[in-house]
Design a protein around this ligand. Structure first.
Ligand SMILES: [Zn+2]
Length: 134
């Protein structure tokens, strides 16, 4: 499940403000091999004013914390909803590339997104409006 895309859909459907950010994703049940649902935890955050992550969201001291449970099945539907709501390909978030690997030596290595072929546009355009339940 693309937690960033699904998180954006949760924010949109629940009419949460832009500064409501998800910062914790937990798979359940914890002792099973197969994940049934992912619990999203988020809250109202403020942008960092200093330090290495300046300008990014700071999660410490988040207020109005809320949790959302999303089953794997629903997550797949929400990835398609993401494309119809935002008009962006879901694995790459409209950027046309996804992470291939990450290491301390090389940092983040990107590769072309296979779903959209690097265009960032969902294949066949955006999906039917009917998928979106608001
Ligand atoms: Zn893509």
């Amino acid at each position: 499940m693309n937690c960033a895309a699904v998180g954006d859909v949760i924010r949109h459907l629940n009419k949460l403000p832009e500064n409501f950010q998800f910062y914790k994703f937990e798979c359940f049940p914890k002792d099973a091999n197969r994940v049934i649902y992912v619990e999203f935890t988020g809250g109202l955050c403020r942008k960092l004013k200093s330090g290495k992550r300046k300008g990014q969201w700071g999660y410490r001291g988040a207020t109005d914390v809320r949790k959302f449970a999303v089953t794997i099945e629903d997550g797949e539907k929400m990835e398609l909803q993401y494309e119809s709501i935002f008009g962006k390909c879901h694995p790459c978030g409209g950027k046309g590339e996804v992470m291939a690997s990450w290491s301390i030596a090389d940092g983040m290595v990107m590769r072309m997104c296979r779903r959209c072929g690097g265009t960032g546009v969902p294949p066949g355009g955006t999906y039917a409006e009917g998928l979106v339940s608001t």
